[in-house]
Ligand binder design. Structure first.
Ligand SMILES: NC(=O)c1ccc[n+]([C@@H]2O[C@H](COP(=O)([O-])OP(=O)(O)OC[C@H]3O[C@@H](n4cnc5c(N)ncnc54)[C@H](O)[C@@H]3O)[C@@H](O)[C@H]2O)c1
Length: 327
């Protein structure tokens, strides 16, 4: 039996594939490579280049492999881009997502682990954010993920599809093999590391007037290996007959942009400067998880997510891959 990893050539997907294979699991990857990288995957992994919305392709994959579950990472995932191009986001993340889930049901797959996001909370009132915080996204990306959460719940009620929706906070860091390479890069840590190599080393900071102690936005950073580990635990939970659930993946500690820049200066030894730009549309001031429920349900405790280890691992990968997977 194999696990279909949709979006497995992307950042978090490729690290999860690495960990699943190390645990002896059989995986099949589906990715359209719009944002993913084929070299992030070992050559012997069954790989299908195509869209998650392609029902005929999904039927073919199901016929060629005995699928027992799906880990669904495939999405467009830039907040700013989703504000500019909402139609593209709803088509890719929701319309294609509905098609994939229906095709998987048709093929008999009843277990799904889904990549959701803290962006489904919007401007949360409680910090750290518990899972029962009201969800009201402030950008189309967050809405596209919330629609998929609702779809999974409806499919459970009607068709018995069991799922774990993992609401990630900020993924960061790298393994020895896989790292973060997005084009364009919108994530803070890789952008700081890219800036560290330039002359002068200068990074853009979006907004310094938020209601936070130093005025810059606060995020909860989780090492990508801790995230990948949570997926393996979520799959184990479903295989044991566990109930469908929505779980936060964060550490419970937030760092401001300026704190991340300060930590990156120490790791890289470069005097990275900041250039303040206007805040980006759809960016809430603070997103920090309450991770108690993930710990209770999955026994998940992030062990690699201290900020220094995250940045050191990302810096090591960046130095070996200065142009990402094109290096
Ligand atoms: N990176 C983060 O901090 C973060 C935080 C919260 C949630 N997430 C979610 O986690 C998932 C993975 O994030 P990531 O940072 O690895 O992103 P990524 O862009 O690196 O990976 C997504 C992968 O999905 C593929 N893809 C997109 N649309 C597709 C489609 N229609 N058909 C087939 N393949 C498609 C892309 O080519 C890419 O390889 C996404 O769903 C994202 O929304 C990420």
């Amino acid at each position: 039996m194999a696990i279909l990893v949709a979006g497995g050539a992307g950042y978090i997907g490729s690290v999860t594939v690495e960990l699943l294979r190390a645990a002896g699991e059989r995986v099949v990857v589906l990715d359209n490579l719009v944002r993913g990288h084929r070299p992030a995957l070992d050559a012997d992994i069954p790989f299908y280049e195509g869209n998650i919305g392609d029902r005929a392709l999904l039927a073919r994959i199901a016929a060629e492999h005995q699928l027992e579950s799906c880990i669904h990472f495939a999405a467009l995932a830039y907040v700013g881009e989703s504000v500019q191009e909402p139609a593209r986001y709803y088509e890719n993340n929701v319309e294609q997502g509905v098609a994939m889930m229906s095709a998987l049901l048709h093929a008999g797959v009843r277990r799904v682990v889904f990549s959701s996001t803290a962006a489904t909370y919007g401007d949360a009132k409680h910090h750290p954010i518990p899972e029962n915080e009201p969800q009201w996204p402030v950008n189309p990306y967050g809405w596209s993920k919330l629609f998929m959460e609702q779809l999974l719940h409806s499919f459970d009620v009607a068709y018995g599809l069991k799922f774990v929706s993992l609401r990630y906070f900020n993924a960061a860091g790298a393994t020895e093999k896989c790292g973060e390479h997005h084009e364009p890069e919108s994530h803070l840590i890789p952008n700081i590391l890219l800036a560290a190599e330039k002359e002068p080393p200068e990074v853009a900071v979006f907004g310094n007037n938020y209601p936070t102690p130093d005025g810059t936005a606060i995020r909860d950073y989780v090492h990508v290996l801790d995230l990948a580990d949570a997926h393996i635990r979520a799959l184990g939970h479903l295989r044991r007959g566990g109930a469908s659930d929505f779980l936060n993946l964060g550490t419970g500690h937030g760092y401001s942009v300026m704190e991340v820049v300060a930590a990156a200066r120490k790791v890289t030894g470069r005097e990275i400067r900041v250039r303040v730009e206007p805040p980006r549309a759809g960016d809430p001031p603070r997103l920090v998880a309450d991770p108690a429920k993930s710990q209770a349900v999955l026994g998940w405790i992030p062990t690699k997510s201290d900020l220094r280890s995250i940045i050191e691992s990302a810096w090591r990968w960046h130095q070996r891959h200065p142009r990402g997977y094109d290096s």
